[in-house]
Design a protein around this ligand. Structure first.
Ligand code: ZN
Length: 298
Protein backbone atom coordinates (compact mmCIF):
# COMPACT_ATOMS: atom_id res chain seq x y z
CA UNK A 1 0.00 0.00 0.00
CA UNK A 2 1.25 3.49 -0.84
CA UNK A 3 2.45 5.71 1.98
CA UNK A 4 0.38 8.71 3.01
CA UNK A 5 1.63 11.75 1.09
CA UNK A 6 1.52 13.89 4.23
CA UNK A 7 3.68 11.40 6.16
CA UNK A 8 6.15 11.40 3.26
CA UNK A 9 6.28 15.19 3.32
CA UNK A 10 7.03 15.12 7.05
CA UNK A 11 10.06 12.93 6.29
CA UNK A 12 11.49 15.19 3.58
CA UNK A 13 11.08 16.58 0.09
CA UNK A 14 8.80 14.55 -2.19
CA UNK A 15 9.64 14.47 -5.89
CA UNK A 16 6.55 14.47 -8.09
CA UNK A 17 6.27 13.85 -11.81
CA UNK A 18 5.90 15.87 -15.00
CA UNK A 19 3.18 16.80 -17.48
CA UNK A 20 1.12 13.79 -18.56
CA UNK A 21 -0.84 15.38 -21.39
CA UNK A 22 2.07 16.65 -23.43
CA UNK A 23 4.17 13.57 -22.68
CA UNK A 24 1.31 11.47 -24.11
CA UNK A 25 1.03 13.77 -27.11
CA UNK A 26 4.74 13.49 -27.84
CA UNK A 27 4.47 9.71 -27.77
CA UNK A 28 1.64 9.88 -30.30
CA UNK A 29 -1.46 9.66 -28.09
CA UNK A 30 -4.38 12.00 -27.53
CA UNK A 31 -5.90 12.58 -24.11
CA UNK A 32 -8.09 11.34 -22.61
CA UNK A 33 -8.37 8.78 -25.44
CA UNK A 34 -5.11 7.15 -24.33
CA UNK A 35 -6.79 6.06 -21.09
CA UNK A 36 -9.28 3.84 -22.87
CA UNK A 37 -7.62 3.07 -26.18
CA UNK A 38 -3.95 2.57 -25.23
CA UNK A 39 -3.82 1.93 -21.48
CA UNK A 40 -0.45 0.20 -21.78
CA UNK A 41 1.04 3.41 -23.21
CA UNK A 42 -0.35 5.49 -20.35
CA UNK A 43 0.90 3.00 -17.76
CA UNK A 44 4.32 3.18 -19.42
CA UNK A 45 4.48 6.98 -19.07
CA UNK A 46 3.78 6.69 -15.34
CA UNK A 47 6.31 3.84 -15.15
CA UNK A 48 8.95 5.98 -16.82
CA UNK A 49 8.38 8.82 -14.34
CA UNK A 50 8.54 6.34 -11.45
CA UNK A 51 11.72 4.75 -12.76
CA UNK A 52 13.24 8.20 -13.11
CA UNK A 53 12.64 8.89 -9.43
CA UNK A 54 9.09 10.23 -8.97
CA UNK A 55 7.86 9.40 -5.49
CA UNK A 56 4.24 10.43 -6.11
CA UNK A 57 2.33 10.15 -9.39
CA UNK A 58 -0.51 12.24 -10.79
CA UNK A 59 -3.25 10.31 -12.59
CA UNK A 60 -4.47 11.58 -15.94
CA UNK A 61 -7.80 12.87 -14.66
CA UNK A 62 -7.18 16.48 -15.64
CA UNK A 63 -9.93 17.95 -17.83
CA UNK A 64 -12.10 14.84 -17.56
CA UNK A 65 -15.14 15.96 -15.62
CA UNK A 66 -18.49 14.92 -17.10
CA UNK A 67 -19.07 18.19 -18.95
CA UNK A 68 -15.51 18.35 -20.24
CA UNK A 69 -15.70 14.79 -21.54
CA UNK A 70 -19.12 15.40 -23.07
CA UNK A 71 -18.16 18.62 -24.83
CA UNK A 72 -14.99 17.28 -26.36
CA UNK A 73 -15.67 13.63 -27.12
CA UNK A 74 -19.34 13.04 -26.33
CA UNK A 75 -17.98 10.79 -23.56
CA UNK A 76 -19.82 12.13 -20.50
CA UNK A 77 -21.17 8.64 -19.79
CA UNK A 78 -17.61 7.27 -19.69
CA UNK A 79 -16.60 9.40 -16.71
CA UNK A 80 -16.30 6.48 -14.27
CA UNK A 81 -14.54 4.24 -16.75
CA UNK A 82 -11.97 6.90 -17.66
CA UNK A 83 -11.42 8.17 -14.12
CA UNK A 84 -11.04 4.77 -12.55
CA UNK A 85 -8.81 3.39 -15.32
CA UNK A 86 -6.59 6.47 -15.03
CA UNK A 87 -6.17 5.98 -11.27
CA UNK A 88 -5.59 2.23 -11.61
CA UNK A 89 -2.94 2.62 -14.33
CA UNK A 90 -1.01 5.16 -12.26
CA UNK A 91 -1.13 2.81 -9.26
CA UNK A 92 0.01 -0.17 -11.30
CA UNK A 93 3.00 1.74 -12.66
CA UNK A 94 4.73 1.77 -9.27
CA UNK A 95 3.38 -1.54 -8.08
CA UNK A 96 1.34 0.43 -5.56
CA UNK A 97 4.42 2.05 -3.99
CA UNK A 98 3.86 5.67 -5.04
CA UNK A 99 0.77 7.51 -3.79
CA UNK A 100 -1.45 8.58 -6.67
CA UNK A 101 -3.01 12.02 -6.86
CA UNK A 102 -6.21 12.63 -8.77
CA UNK A 103 -6.35 15.95 -10.62
CA UNK A 104 -9.41 18.17 -10.73
CA UNK A 105 -9.55 21.51 -12.44
CA UNK A 106 -11.48 24.69 -12.90
CA UNK A 107 -14.85 24.23 -14.55
CA UNK A 108 -13.99 25.51 -18.01
CA UNK A 109 -16.60 23.75 -20.08
CA UNK A 110 -15.62 24.75 -23.57
CA UNK A 111 -12.01 25.72 -24.12
CA UNK A 112 -9.33 26.60 -21.59
CA UNK A 113 -10.56 30.18 -21.53
CA UNK A 114 -14.19 29.30 -20.92
CA UNK A 115 -17.09 29.50 -20.77
CA UNK A 116 -16.98 28.38 -17.14
CA UNK A 117 -19.67 26.50 -15.28
CA UNK A 118 -18.66 28.35 -12.10
CA UNK A 119 -19.97 31.87 -11.72
CA UNK A 120 -19.28 33.60 -8.40
CA UNK A 121 -22.44 35.70 -8.65
CA UNK A 122 -24.79 32.85 -9.53
CA UNK A 123 -25.80 30.33 -6.84
CA UNK A 124 -27.19 27.88 -9.37
CA UNK A 125 -23.93 27.95 -11.33
CA UNK A 126 -21.99 27.34 -8.13
CA UNK A 127 -24.21 24.31 -7.42
CA UNK A 128 -23.58 22.98 -10.91
CA UNK A 129 -19.83 23.38 -10.46
CA UNK A 130 -20.02 21.51 -7.13
CA UNK A 131 -22.00 18.69 -8.74
CA UNK A 132 -19.37 18.43 -11.45
CA UNK A 133 -16.54 18.13 -8.91
CA UNK A 134 -18.50 15.88 -6.53
CA UNK A 135 -19.08 13.29 -9.21
CA UNK A 136 -15.44 13.35 -10.29
CA UNK A 137 -14.18 13.13 -6.69
CA UNK A 138 -16.54 10.26 -5.83
CA UNK A 139 -15.31 8.31 -8.82
CA UNK A 140 -11.66 8.85 -7.84
CA UNK A 141 -12.30 7.89 -4.23
CA UNK A 142 -14.01 4.70 -5.36
CA UNK A 143 -10.87 3.91 -7.39
CA UNK A 144 -8.70 4.37 -4.29
CA UNK A 145 -7.11 7.73 -5.05
CA UNK A 146 -4.51 8.62 -2.39
CA UNK A 147 -4.81 12.41 -2.56
CA UNK A 148 -6.69 15.02 -4.55
CA UNK A 149 -5.10 17.79 -6.62
CA UNK A 150 -7.49 20.62 -7.50
CA UNK A 151 -5.18 22.49 -9.86
CA UNK A 152 -4.56 25.25 -12.44
CA UNK A 153 -7.12 27.56 -10.86
CA UNK A 154 -7.01 31.16 -12.03
CA UNK A 155 -9.62 32.37 -9.53
CA UNK A 156 -9.29 31.96 -5.78
CA UNK A 157 -13.06 31.86 -5.23
CA UNK A 158 -13.40 28.89 -7.58
CA UNK A 159 -10.42 27.13 -5.96
CA UNK A 160 -11.95 27.64 -2.52
CA UNK A 161 -15.25 26.16 -3.60
CA UNK A 162 -13.52 23.15 -5.15
CA UNK A 163 -11.42 22.70 -1.98
CA UNK A 164 -14.60 22.67 0.11
CA UNK A 165 -15.86 19.72 -1.97
CA UNK A 166 -12.51 17.89 -1.80
CA UNK A 167 -12.60 18.23 2.00
CA UNK A 168 -15.71 16.04 2.06
CA UNK A 169 -13.55 13.12 0.88
CA UNK A 170 -11.28 11.58 3.47
CA UNK A 171 -7.99 12.07 1.59
CA UNK A 172 -5.33 14.83 1.66
CA UNK A 173 -5.81 17.73 -0.76
CA UNK A 174 -3.10 19.68 -2.60
CA UNK A 175 -4.43 22.92 -4.09
CA UNK A 176 -2.36 24.31 -6.96
CA UNK A 177 -3.02 27.77 -8.32
CA UNK A 178 -2.21 28.52 -11.94
CA UNK A 179 -2.55 32.24 -11.55
CA UNK A 180 0.92 33.73 -11.09
CA UNK A 181 1.40 36.42 -8.45
CA UNK A 182 -2.25 37.37 -8.12
CA UNK A 183 -5.46 35.41 -8.69
CA UNK A 184 -7.80 36.50 -11.44
CA UNK A 185 -10.23 37.69 -8.78
CA UNK A 186 -7.55 40.00 -7.43
CA UNK A 187 -6.03 38.22 -4.42
CA UNK A 188 -2.22 38.28 -3.98
CA UNK A 189 -0.76 34.79 -4.07
CA UNK A 190 0.48 34.85 -0.46
CA UNK A 191 -3.04 35.68 0.69
CA UNK A 192 -4.39 32.89 -1.53
CA UNK A 193 -2.07 30.48 0.30
CA UNK A 194 -3.18 31.73 3.73
CA UNK A 195 -6.87 31.47 2.87
CA UNK A 196 -6.59 28.00 1.30
CA UNK A 197 -4.54 26.73 4.26
CA UNK A 198 -7.07 28.22 6.65
CA UNK A 199 -9.86 26.42 4.83
CA UNK A 200 -8.23 23.02 5.12
CA UNK A 201 -5.82 22.59 2.21
CA UNK A 202 -3.13 20.12 3.28
CA UNK A 203 -0.64 21.36 0.67
CA UNK A 204 -0.75 24.57 -1.37
CA UNK A 205 1.35 25.62 -4.32
CA UNK A 206 1.51 26.55 -7.96
CA UNK A 207 1.61 24.66 -11.22
CA UNK A 208 2.39 25.08 -14.91
CA UNK A 209 4.10 28.45 -14.65
CA UNK A 210 7.55 29.56 -15.75
CA UNK A 211 10.47 27.82 -14.01
CA UNK A 212 12.01 31.03 -12.73
CA UNK A 213 9.02 33.38 -12.61
CA UNK A 214 6.85 30.95 -10.69
CA UNK A 215 9.69 30.20 -8.27
CA UNK A 216 9.48 33.67 -6.74
CA UNK A 217 5.71 33.55 -6.33
CA UNK A 218 5.89 30.06 -4.81
CA UNK A 219 8.33 31.47 -2.25
CA UNK A 220 5.70 34.09 -1.37
CA UNK A 221 3.35 31.19 -0.59
CA UNK A 222 6.12 29.44 1.38
CA UNK A 223 6.56 32.49 3.59
CA UNK A 224 2.81 32.85 4.13
CA UNK A 225 1.92 29.41 5.51
CA UNK A 226 3.31 26.65 7.69
CA UNK A 227 1.88 23.72 5.73
CA UNK A 228 3.75 21.94 2.88
CA UNK A 229 4.16 23.97 -0.32
CA UNK A 230 4.38 22.54 -3.85
CA UNK A 231 6.29 23.90 -6.85
CA UNK A 232 5.43 22.28 -10.19
CA UNK A 233 6.71 24.46 -13.05
CA UNK A 234 6.22 23.76 -16.73
CA UNK A 235 9.17 22.52 -18.73
CA UNK A 236 8.82 25.20 -21.40
CA UNK A 237 9.43 28.92 -21.78
CA UNK A 238 6.03 30.15 -22.88
CA UNK A 239 3.14 32.05 -21.42
CA UNK A 240 0.62 29.25 -22.02
CA UNK A 241 0.66 25.58 -22.89
CA UNK A 242 -0.10 24.75 -26.50
CA UNK A 243 0.21 21.05 -27.01
CA UNK A 244 0.99 21.22 -30.70
CA UNK A 245 3.45 24.10 -30.67
CA UNK A 246 5.55 23.38 -27.58
CA UNK A 247 7.95 21.18 -29.54
CA UNK A 248 9.06 24.31 -31.34
CA UNK A 249 9.22 26.36 -28.18
CA UNK A 250 12.33 26.53 -26.08
CA UNK A 251 12.27 23.61 -23.71
CA UNK A 252 13.83 24.07 -20.31
CA UNK A 253 16.72 21.66 -19.81
CA UNK A 254 16.81 18.98 -17.15
CA UNK A 255 19.94 20.66 -15.79
CA UNK A 256 18.05 23.90 -15.20
CA UNK A 257 15.14 22.11 -13.58
CA UNK A 258 17.58 20.23 -11.34
CA UNK A 259 19.15 23.53 -10.26
CA UNK A 260 15.73 24.90 -9.36
CA UNK A 261 14.79 21.68 -7.56
CA UNK A 262 17.82 22.20 -5.29
CA UNK A 263 17.00 25.89 -4.83
CA UNK A 264 13.41 24.99 -3.97
CA UNK A 265 14.58 22.42 -1.43
CA UNK A 266 16.93 24.97 0.12
CA UNK A 267 14.02 27.43 0.43
CA UNK A 268 11.86 24.90 2.25
CA UNK A 269 9.60 23.86 -0.62
CA UNK A 270 8.27 20.40 0.18
CA UNK A 271 6.76 18.91 -2.94
CA UNK A 272 8.78 19.47 -6.08
CA UNK A 273 7.35 18.25 -9.37
CA UNK A 274 6.76 19.61 -12.83
CA UNK A 275 4.12 20.13 -15.48
CA UNK A 276 3.66 20.52 -19.24
CA UNK A 277 6.65 19.62 -21.40
CA UNK A 278 8.56 18.17 -18.47
CA UNK A 279 9.18 14.48 -19.13
CA UNK A 280 10.98 11.61 -17.42
CA UNK A 281 14.36 13.06 -18.43
CA UNK A 282 13.58 16.23 -16.47
CA UNK A 283 12.45 14.22 -13.46
CA UNK A 284 15.58 12.07 -13.71
CA UNK A 285 17.80 15.15 -13.64
CA UNK A 286 15.86 16.46 -10.63
CA UNK A 287 16.07 13.04 -8.94
CA UNK A 288 19.83 12.94 -9.48
CA UNK A 289 20.16 16.36 -7.88
CA UNK A 290 17.90 15.46 -4.96
CA UNK A 291 19.52 12.05 -4.55
CA UNK A 292 16.46 9.92 -5.22
CA UNK A 293 17.03 8.52 -8.71
CA UNK A 294 15.47 5.08 -8.75
CA UNK A 295 16.94 3.21 -11.73
CA UNK A 296 20.09 5.09 -12.74
CA UNK A 297 20.67 5.39 -16.48
CA UNK A 298 24.28 5.89 -17.50
ZN1 ZN B 1 1.02 22.22 -17.34
Amino acid sequence: MAKNILDMLKEGVVLGDGGMIIEARWRGYGTPEVVLESPEALRQIHTDFFRAGSQALQALTWWTSRTQLERRQGWGNKLDEITQSAIRLAKEASGGEAPVGGCLNQTAAGSWTGPFIFDPENAQARDLACAEWDEHIASMVEAGVDFLIPETFSRLDEARLCLSRCKRANVPTMVLMGSGGKSQDGVPIAECARILAGEGADIVGQVCGDLTGMFSTVLEMRQAVDIPVAYQPGGYRRAGPNTTAIREAMIVSGKEMAEYALKAKAEGINYIGACCAAGPEHIRAMAQALGCERYPVA
